[in-house]
Each structure stands twice: as structure tokens, then as C-alpha cells.
Design a protein around this ligand. Structure first.
Ligand code: I3P
Ligand code: MG
Length: 397
């Protein structure tokens, strides 16, 4: 999970370091990325499906390593993207997104929450980004906004209607500040690497320590072993000299297990391990630094039988090879708008195909690609079955 308030900056050439050193080894299953952008995102490719510089750059960076965009949701300047290794696609189901505006009493989407939920190998997981109101004095407003986002975001169907019925990752520019100490004390503590001193005055930690009936109850966070990521003079590693804002850990990644009493009890046995929680101080295009965290999820079982299985010969060397046979699980609801597509390995999203054919007919169990549609480039391809009802890829060759 990466969260970065980029302000009005245009993307740098290379954002790979943001994804950590392991991005190329393929051991990471999913990347969740959140960008907060001041103004409307620049339009570059007008007609493309995802047409802003930041999503294009994230796709360009991650697709060569086999990561595909699974969900994306944009609310004015808030952009949430979920990427997964392509082989997991058939097991990420029920993808839904939501957004809630809280800016200007709900009329403006510069503040608020954006989420993406899905079942991951059978287990409900929700990625919730919030961009909460700025400034020291607005602590109560931040908590209130968070509460109203949780109330308003409800998902359809299934056993996990609310955000808290999922394993939740909650992240973004939460805008929490460090109380009491003045700016010199805070900067001194940072310079002398005495971060624990600051933890005691960090607003969420203060709030959780109170142990009252707080909406933050049940949320967990790893130790903040990196300096505050706000606020820097753009282009430097120097804390804000113009407005002289007090440095703060505004950019956060928290998590929460499912609430007890959730309808599907077996899901409660999930467990998270956080392997890393860090900032990326090298980026200087924004007044915030990116923050990232790496987690593993452990579940007592996994749903890993695809709804549609595709059989193809390993290599297509002549036109008559271009046949795809498929078998469909009895629980799967076909639609005459289902299709089977040829993707180049390294594809960016489900519409980034080379060719497709409709998988029509109640009883059809095979399709043939016409000769003129077959891709000619000498490289690796993969076939995917796209479900119209589920709006996702439910089978891969
Ligand atoms: O919404 P965000 O991304 O958290 O950004 C803040 C927001 O734009 C505030 O309006 C601004 O305060 P002012 O209007 O007072 O400038 C604040 O500046 P600051 O960080 O310098 O306080 C920004 O950080
Ligand atoms: Mg800001």
C-alpha cells in the first residue's frame, strides 16, 4: 500500500522506488496506490479508459512486472488504484468501489473517502482511503468525517455490507498532527532521532490511548519509525520554511480485522502481519513524502477454484490452433455478453486486449478466434474469460 499527497505536481520520471526493492521479484501479490492531487487531474489521452498521468504512470511501471489494474476510483483529486498479479484475477471477486464527499458539507470532493472492496480468495477485504480536513484544530472534524464516511459507504449483496465487515486497510492523508510541542521541539526531536517523544503527542495515538468508545477502536498501526512526512519545501528535504508548519505524520496506513459478530464467522480468523512501514524521503516534488507499507494476510482457507476454466494448446502455430475450450462452474451465471480475450503478458487492465470473441450461447463450450484477429508479435499471450455480470476476469489460461 502506497499513499502520497502529490499536491499539484506532475509525476516524476521514475516512481519505481515507491514500490520498494521487491517490485521486480514477483513476490508481492497486490499493490494499492493512493494519490491525492490538488486540482483536477490533467487530461493527456482524452479517449483512453484511464486518462490521467498518474494512473498511466502506475500502469506503465507495474504492468511489465505482471500487475494488472483491478479497480480504480477517482473522486476529484483523490485517485485509488488496486493492482494485482494477473494470476490472482479469477480469485478477486465482487469488486465494488465507493466514494463519499465530505468537503464543504458534502458538496465538494476535495475531502472525503474512496474505497474499493472485493473478496480475495473468498475473504472480504476493503481498501479505504480518506483525505481528512487539514490543520491542528480540526481533530474532531477529522474523526467525525471518518465516522460519516464509514456510515455512508455500504456495499451491495454478500455478507459484508459495511466497511468494517471487511478486513480494512485505512490510509491516506489523514492530516493528523502532533499536539502541544512547539515547532522547535518537534524539529529537534526529528534531528536527534527521538521519534518516540513525538509519538506521545501524535493525535491518533493520543486518541487510541484514551481507550474511549472511539471509532478508531480496533484499528492498528505499526511503529512510525520514519520522520514526519509533512510538510516540506517542494524540491528539497527541508521542512517548510514559508508557512512554518509543524512537521506531522499526516500520511498514514492503518488496518483493522473484521468486527466480531460479522455474519461469516470463519473469516474472523484472519491475521495480518506488517513487514514494513516506511516513508520515501527521496521524492521532492510534493510538500508530502510518500508512505508505504507491506502486509501479508493469513486466512484459514482459500477459495481458489476459478469459475471458468480455459483449455488451449500451449502454442498456436497455425490458424486452426486458435480454439479455446472452456468449462463453467455450476454456480456461475453466464451472460451472452461474456467474452474471451487474448492478452499480451504484461497487459495493463481487462480492456487492454489484443482480440476478443463473444462466449455466446447457453451451451457453447468453445470459441474460435478468426485469423484476421490473431496477434502476430512473437511474444507470450494469455487468454482471459471476462464475466459481464461480475465485471471481472473469472478465468485465465
Ligand atoms: O488538503 P490538504 O492536502 O491536506 O492540504 C491543505 C489544504 O490545502 C489547506 O487548505 C491548506 O491550508 P491553507 O489554506 O491555510 O493554506 C494546507 O496548507 P498547509 O499545509 O500549509 O497548512 C494544506 O496542507
Ligand atoms: Mg497538503
Amino acid at each position: 500500500i502506497v499513499t502520497w499527497n502529490v499536491g499539484s505536481a506532475v509525476p516524476p520520471d521514475d516512481i519505481t522506488p515507491m514500490f520498494g526493492p521487491n517490485v521486480s521479484d514477483g513476490n508481492i501479490d497486490m499493490f494499492i496506490i493512493l494519490q491525492e492531487v490538488n486540482s483536477m487531474i490533467n487530461k493527456r489521452l482524452k479517449d483512453a479508459l484511464f486518462s490521467d498521468q498518474w494512473s498511466e504512470l502506475c500502469m506503465d511501471t507495474l504492468s511489465p512486472f505482471g500487475y494488472v489494474l483491478v479497480a480504480s476510483q477517482r473522486m476529484q483529486g483523490v485517485l485509488l488504484m488496486v493492482f494485482s498479479k494477473f494470476c490472482h484475477l479469477p480469485f478477486l471477486r465482487g469488486v465494488q468501489t465507493q466514494s463519499t464527499r465530505t468537503g464543504l458539507g458534502g458538496y465538494w470532493g476535495n475531502k472525503g473517502g474512496v474505497s474499493a472492496r472485493m473478496t480475495v480468495f473468498g475473504h472480504p477485504v476493503c481498501f479505504l482511503n480518506c483525505h481528512l480536513p487539514a490543520h491542528m484544530r480540526n481533530l474532531e472534524q477529522r474523526v467525525e468525517d471518518f465516522e460519516s464516511i464509514l456510515q455512508q459507504q455500504q456495499f451491495e449483496g454478500g455478507t459484508a455490507p459495511g466497511v468494517l465487515d471487511h478486513v480494512v486497510f485505512w490510509f491516506g492523508d489523514l492530516n493528523f498532527r502532533i499536539e502541544d510541542y512547539d515547532i522547535h521541539v518537534v524539529k529537534c526531536a526529528i534531528d536527534s532521532n527521538k521519534l518516540p517523544l513525538l509519538w506521545e503527542r501524535d493525535q491518533p495515538q493520543l486518541n487510541m490511548a484514551k481507550n474511549t468508545e472511539s471509532i478508531l477502536d480496533g484499528f492498528m498501526e505499526g511503529p512510525l519509525n520514519f520522520p514526519p512526512t509533512y510538510k516540506f519545501d517542494v524540491g528539497t528535504h527541508t521542512y517548510d520554511t514559508a508557512k512554518k508548519r509543524k512537521p506531522a505524520w499526516t500520511d498514514r496506513i492503518l488496518w483493522r480485522l473484521r468486527r466480531t459478530g460479522s455474519p461469516v464467522p470463519t473469516h474472523n480468523a484472519s491475521l495480518q502481519t506488517q513487514h514494513m512501514y516506511r516513508s520515501h524521503m527521496g521524492f521532492t516534488i510534493s510538500d508530502h513524502k510518500p508512505v508505504s507499507a507491506l502486509f501479508s494476510l493469513h486466512f484459514p482457507f482459500r477459495v481458489d477454484k476459478p469459475l471458468v476454466e480455459l483449455q488451449v494448446s500451449r502454442e498456436w502455430s497455425k490458424v486452426s490452433d486458435a480454439v479455446v475450450r472452456f468449462t463453467i462452474a455450476s454456480t456461475y451465471q453466464r451472460s451472452s455478453w461474456d467474452w474471451i480475450a487474448i492478452y499480451k503478458v504484461g497487459f495493463k487492465h481487462y480492456k487492454d486486449y489484443q482480440a476478443y470473441v463473444w462466449a455466446k450461447g447457453e451451451t457453447a463450450t468453445q470459441v474460435t478466434f478468426p485469423e484476421e484477429d490473431l496477434p502476430r508479435d512473437d511474444c507470450e499471450y494469455i487468454l482471459g474469460y471476462h464475466s459481464n455480470n461480475m465485471n471481472s476476469i473469472v478465468g485465465l489460461s
